[in-house]
Design a protein around this ligand. Structure first.
Ligand SMILES: NC(=O)c1ccc[n+]([C@@H]2O[C@H](COP(=O)([O-])OP(=O)(O)OC[C@H]3O[C@@H](n4cnc5c(N)ncnc54)[C@H](O)[C@@H]3O)[C@@H](O)[C@H]2O)c1
Length: 405
């Protein structure tokens, strides 16, 4: 006979772009719709029961009605004090996050959060320590790892396809409208440093977990951050100064010798198959992966180009690549990670994507910004809860933030 239990989830910021679409609709409501998450015993299902938390009661009521959700409140403290809710999930603007998570940890909830976990590395590490001291389960969104393209890439790596991986080159970006003659497709706080915006703060936490989980720990970063569009128009039609970086060009050196160059930009026009694309070159083969696609070129199907400036090259280089098949269904990555986190909370299934991983992501963003400001390559110290694993060999270029951590 099938058993069922229910777990209550506080969803703070469920009215936002990520909170609503990816976490509420595509993840929690989809899990509720399918009858919950099946546990390892193959019979027990854990159903989910969300409570929406936000600042505007009317918006929450509308959302709740639209999706048949029974519970909502504007009082976070009340929800945190209520034992029906075992998980606190945070999709707030980055600036509001740490304060809310501190409260959730103090209330003994398991915590799942969007990235970046905090605005500064100190704060992100503090959250990791608080969570560890309180013995609460904690998780951070690592959605890019669950993209079909990156899952296929992982499979290629695991199969030994690449031989020795040499380098990774990635392009992420698209044009985000300024807001004057067409509305911007991202919230205006993204372009104000004082409100937690900036493409480095937004994207480097992603790059950190993508690189460390697929290719090796990030050992150093050189980044150049720029603000290409200095003035934008906000949601109310008012001009504002864009004080945050909207493009970043970076080189990461990884443990094991792989070099990754990643461009992140909200000021570029797409001439690729997808909004993010990575080319991985190895001694035995290369791959180009995006959100969904993955094409490969093994060494024994590699053409032999000869440089000749006098003759237009008629060779179809794009035609040399082979599409790698999916061979399985890929579900929405946010949902898959939610299911894993629920199993982590309920039956202690493994979870490597915790607050400490989140803190490493915040640190990479911080070091990237420091690198850009100072015009030099910056080392990435090892991050542990005790903060004692800072490499003693860090050169003169190493950040002074090492010792105390
Ligand atoms: N994983 C990803 O791919 C991804 C993509 C985009 C954004 N994000 C992250 O998700 C988070 C939310 O981003 P978004 O694009 O959905 O933003 P958003 O502006 O659409 O939503 C933010 C939410 O926070 C609430 N909020 C705003 N200010 C607040 C305050 N002072 N106190 C309490 N609540 C407040 C808003 O009402 C809204 O519900 C950010 O931390 C961002 O970095 C992650």
């Amino acid at each position: 006979m099938a058993h069922q239990q229910t777990i209550g989830i506080i969803m703070n910021g469920a009215t936002g772009r990520m909170g609503y679409r990816q976490h509420l609709v595509r993840s929690i409501l989809a899990i509720r719709e399918q009858g919950g998450v099946l546990l390892a015993d193959g019979v027990t299902r854990v159903q989910v029961e969300p409570i929406l938390v936000g600042r505007n009661e009317k918006t929450l009521a509308e959302l709740a009605t639209r999706h048949g959700i029974e519970h909502y409140t504007t009082d976070l403290d009340e929800a945190l004090a209520d034992d029906r809710w075992q998980i606190y999930a945070d999709f707030l603007v980055t600036k509001a996050r740490a304060q809310a998570i501190r409260k959730a940890i103090a209330a003994g909830k398991a915590v799942y959060t969007e990235k970046p976990t905090a605005e500064s590395f100190d704060e992100a590490l503090e959250l990791a320590r608080l969570a560890s001291d309180a013995g609460i389960k904690n998780g951070v969104v690592h959605d890019k790892l669950y993209l079909p393209g990156l899952q296929k890439l992982k499979r290629l790596i695991d199969s030994g396809f690449f031989g020795r991986i040499l380098s990774v080159r990635g392009e992420f970006g698209y044009w985000v409208f300024e807001g004057d003659w067409q509305a911007a497709q991202r919230p205006s706080w993204n372009y104000r440093a004082e409100d937690g915006g900036g493409i480095i703060v937004d994207m480097f936490p992603h790059w950190n977990y993508v690189l460390e989980n697929l290719f090796g720990r990030v050992e150093s970063v050189y980044a150049k951050a720029v603000t290409e569009v200095p003035e934008r128009i906000d949601e109310q039609g008012h001009p504002y100064a864009a004080t945050a970086d909207d493009a970043a060009y970076a080189i990461f050196e990884l443990e094991g010798g792989v070099v990754a160059q990643l461009n992140s930009s909200w000021t570029t026009r797409v001439n690729r198959d997808e909004l993010v694309e990575f080319q991985v070159d190895g001694t035995h083969g290369s791959a180009v992966v995006g959100l969904f696609g993955c094409k490969i070129q093994p060494r024994n199907a590699t053409p032999k180009p000869v440089w000749n400036p006098d003759l237009a090259d008629a060779h179809d280089y794009a035609g040399d690549w082979i599409e790698s098949p999916g061979n399985r269904e890929f579900e929405n990555g946010f949902k898959t990670q939610w299911e894993e986190f629920l199993r982590h909370v309920v039956e202690d299934a493994p979870n490597h994507y915790d607050f400490l991983a989140g803190a490493r992501g915040v640190l990479l963003a911080e070091q990237g910004l420091a690198s850009s400001r100072e015009g030099r390559r910056v080392e990435m110290p090892l991050v542990t809860l005790s903060g004692s694993d800072v490499p003693p060999t860090a050169d003169a270029g190493a950040p002074e933030l090492t010792g105390a951590r």
